[in-house]
Every structure is written in C-alpha cells, then in structure tokens.
Design a protein. Structure first.
Length: 521
C-alpha cells in the first residue's frame, strides 16, 4: 500500500504550542529550523485547471521555487517542476509532461494568480531508537493574501503527516495518536480555504448559461433574469479585455453581447419595444467596436495552422503576415480600449443595469409579459426550429451561399433560445438536441468563416503590398487563400448530408415532443 500525506486541522481548544507539547509525550522528535514559504495558486479566469481535476501552485521558499500540479483525487498523478518564476502562458514552460498537462487544460488562456498563502513552517521528524527519521510532521501557520494584496487574514493552523518509504507502522500509529488528540482531517484544500477568505470559491465565474429557471414564472421577469446574468458576464470580462490578458476575455464579452442581442429580439412580446430600442442599438454598437480586435485575435490564433497548411518551402514566407497582424492588432486594441473607457460605454451599461433591475409592472400591455416562461419557450423554440428545418431542406447543391448564411443566423437564434431555456427541459434530451444543432452550426460556421477569411486575406495582402511586403509573402498568401476556398467547397459538400441527418425522423420527432406542445395553443 502506497501511503499518502494527510493534512489535519487542530481543534479549537488546541493551539500549535500545546499540540507540540502533547506530541512530545508520544515519541522522540527532532525539529528542523523553521522556514517561510509563499504559495501562489494559479488558474485561468474561468477555472480550467480546477475543472480538469487539479490545482496549480507556484511554491517559493528558501531552497527553491517550483510549479506543482496537484491532482485533487489521485495524488500519485501530481507533478512538480523547478522554475524561477510563475508562468503566464503554458508556452513559457519548458517542454515536458507538465507543460502538456497545463496546455491541455487551459489551451490559449493565461494563468492568473487567484490567491496567495503565506506560510510559517516547522518540520518535526520522529526518530526511532536508531535516530533514524520514520515520519515527518509539518506544522503550518497560514495566512491568505488576495492577488492584489488588498485582502489579508489568518487561516486555520494545519498539520501535515508525511510518510517515509519503509516506515508504514509509525505512520499508521501516528494517525491514531493525532485522532486521539482531536485532530480532524482537513475537508478542503488550503487553496479553497484561502479563496473563502477573500470571498471567492472555485468556479465562481463561468461564461456558460447555467442558471435555473422557474417554468411558471412570468416571461418578462425571466427575460430580465437571463439578461442580468449576461450583463454580469460582459462586465466581468471588461478589465481583462482592456488589459489584453488573453483573447478569451474579448471573446466572452462578445458572446455575452450577442446573446443579449438575441434575447432582446427572440424572447418576443415581453418588453415595450420603444424602451428596448436604445439598448438594442447600444449593444449593436458594442458588437461593432469590438469586432476589429477580435478579428485580429482570430487570425493570430489561426496563424500557426495557416503556416502548417502551406508547403514547407513557403512557410517562412508567411512571416511578414504575422508581423502585419501584430501591428494591426495593436492599433485595433488601442482603439477598443478608448471605446471601452468612453462615457458612452459606461452610461450604456449603467442604464441597462438600472432598467433590468427595475421590477416588472404588475400589469403589462405586452402580449407575452405575464405568460409562463415555459409556454413561451416552447412556442419560440419550435417556431424557429420549423423555420430551420424548412429552409435547410430547401437548400440544394446550386443554391446561392446567401441561403446558407441566412440558415446559419436562424440556427444561432435557435441555439441561443435552447441554451437560455435549457433548465426547463429534461437534461439528456435538451443536451442531445443542442449537440445535434451544434454539428450543423459548426459546418455552416466553417462555410461562412472560410469565405470571410479568404476575402480578408486577399484584402490584407493588398495592404501588405502597399506597406512594402516582399513578393514571396504575396505568393504564400495566395496559396493560403486557395487552401481556404478549397476547404469551403468541402464544407459545402458536407452540408448536404448534415442537413439530412439533422432532419432525420427521430430528430424531428424529438423536437416536436420536447417543444411542440405549444404549437397547438
């Protein structure tokens, strides 16, 4: 049996000094010189390390600094690496298994300090009759500090029992003795305790739509609930977007904006159109001003794939394109920050929040305002589904691309509605249908995005030529555009089968059973 360290908390009636006194009665101990340590717990803004089943901590003490991946359940899957400083992006780490683990978890996101723990450590070594160390006890005095240093406080004292290979009996005996002294195993990690100290918890931010809706609640009140949640997500991503920490901050801000616009237009008949119109225009403006920076983000994220898609001989010739993207991203980011710092943006969000937080009127002139949200959700989802089904089946091999673009818009509306109201439906059924819709949407998205990319790259090539880029770069760009258009044709060919799969009899029946009841009311 492989023994693992066990962490205990002291009971309220026992401090570290008294504990050490009682411990000395159980055996012969030698203590090492006390030392200090600092633990900085890292994760992405949206908790991807935690969601992968681990904690990531950068440990600093007198001897060395190291980055440690700690699996929450299987301690034998933990791993550490000696490093001088905490990394930002996984790409900054040396090649190896730890870098691979972190990259698989966070992808393109930056690692951020979530909370810090300052430690005063005393290590007691229990000695046998031969003065050999048979186990270690680490006495911890811990305090938390927020990443910005503004919040500080004390944490409960901890005692960690550490086994040594070949000395199982002393370890098991010490377990019993610690329990007899009233020590209890720590129920949560030091990371979670420190987060609680600063008023946070793991997964306290997510861009996912994971709220619970009351099926009998008024539709106008529920719509405000959804829109308030989306506003919170948008606001949470403003600082990271302005600081350009990673591309996902702007991505999540834009998704929250698109979802808000969709909710305003697709949850119909619940609000006064005249009251809503200024906010529709305002959120359209947010979408517009955030577009150029996001475009540059996307092309920079795709650059490595672009380069790999070229023959090896041409790959170095694409480097001027990367420099072009960096320069234009910098310019777009500067303009975006100016817009996000503007009085117009602050006023828009302030007035939108005030309007959303106003109680809904007892009596409303809007046709669907007081209707139970479950009824309205059924009706709206099924109506758009039928439109998607009809328009999708009408697309033939020689249909113009515009028909696929319009279908994609309707598929997006359908997906947003299904995600807004997913908690009103049995989880397995709604998830299966959302997944089915995503397959079709991915194909339609590829078809349109590849066309947009090809057109954009042609335009970029013209700009680069004016800015003095070499002819070799233009040739590489031309080959790249050809590759994109070829992939677009492939996506178009795949669509024919995907739309048939989407409209298979069992799927049509599933949509009707889940949402179709309202079609007869």
């Amino acid at each position: 049996m492989t023994l693992q360290p066990i962490t205990y908390l002291l009971p309220d009636n026992l401090d570290l000094a008294e504990f050490e006194k009682r411990l000395s009665e159980t055996g012969h101990f030698s203590d090492d010189p006390p030392r200090q340590a600092l633990q900085t717990f890292l994760d992405s803004f949206d908790w991807r390390i935690w969601l992968s089943g681990a904690e990531l901590v950068f440990e600093e003490d007198d001897s060395s600094n190291r980055l440690c991946w700690r699996a929450k359940k299987k301690q034998d899957q933990s791993e550490c690496l000696v490093l001088e400083e905490a990394p930002g992006f996984p790409s900054q780490l040396p090649a190896g298994s730890l870098r691979e683990r972190i990259t698989a978890a966070v992808d393109m996101r930056i690692l951020l300090p979530m909370v810090k723990v300052k430690q005063q450590l005393r290590i007691l070594r229990q000695l046998n009759s031969d003065d050999k160390t048979v186990l270690r006890l680490v006495l911890q005095t811990n305090s938390y500090v927020s990443a910005d240093g503004k919040q500080k406080g004390e944490l409960e004292h901890r005692v960690q029992l550490q086994p040594l290979k070949g000395y199982q009996k002393p370890f098991l005996k010490m377990q019993s003795e610690l329990q007899s002294l009233g020590l209890q195993r720590a129920s949560q990690s030091l990371f979670v305790d420190a987060l609680s100290g600063i008023g946070r918890r793991p997964e306290d931010y997510s861009s996912k739509l994971n709220y619970r809706l009351d099926p009998n609640a008024r539709s106008d009140a529920t719509a405000k609930q959804i829109l308030l949640s989306l506003l919170h997500t948008l606001e949470e991503n403003i600082a990271g977007t302005k600081a350009n920490l990673d591309s996902e901050f702007l991505h999540d801000l834009r998704v929250a904006t698109r979802r808000s616009r969709s909710a305003m237009t697709q949850i119909k008949g619940v609000f006064d159109p005249q009251e809503l119109e200024p906010f529709k225009q305002g959120f359209a403006w947010i979408g517009k001003v955030t577009g150029p920076t996001r475009d540059m983000d996307v092309y920079l994220l795709k650059f490595a794939d672009y380069q790999q898609s070229l023959p090896k001989k041409l790959r170095p010739d694409l480097s001027p394109f990367y420099d072009f993207l960096l320069a234009h991203h910098k310019q777009a980011q500067t303009e975006l920050v100016s817009k996000l710092n503007s009085p117009h943006f602050r006023k828009l969000l302030k007035e939108w929040r005030q309007w959303l937080e106003m109680p809904v009127p007892n009596v409303s002139s809007q046709p669907n305002a007081v209707r139970p949200i479950a009824k309205l959700a059924d009706q709206r989802i099924y109506k758009i589904y039928k439109r998607v089904r009809k328009d999708g089946l009408a697309i033939e091999q020689d249909s113009p691309p515009e028909m696929l673009h319009e279908l994609r818009k309707d598929c997006k509306k359908l997906r947003y509605l299904m995600e807004f109201f997913q908690s009103l439906y049995p989880k397995p059924e709604i998830r299966r249908l959302v997944k089915l819709l995503k397959i079709l949407l991915d194909n339609l998205g590829d078809f349109q995005d590849l066309q947009v990319q090809a057109e954009a790259l042609e335009s970029f090539g013209e700009q680069m030529q004016k800015e003095g880029a070499p002819a070799s770069a233009m040739m590489a760009m031309g080959v790249l555009v050809g590759n994109l258009l070829s992939r677009q044709e492939q996506a178009r060919e795949e669509f024919a089968q995907l739309i048939l799969d989407f409209n298979a009899k069992q799927n049509t029946r599933a949509f009707k059973q889940l949402f179709g009841a309202a079609s007869s009311t």
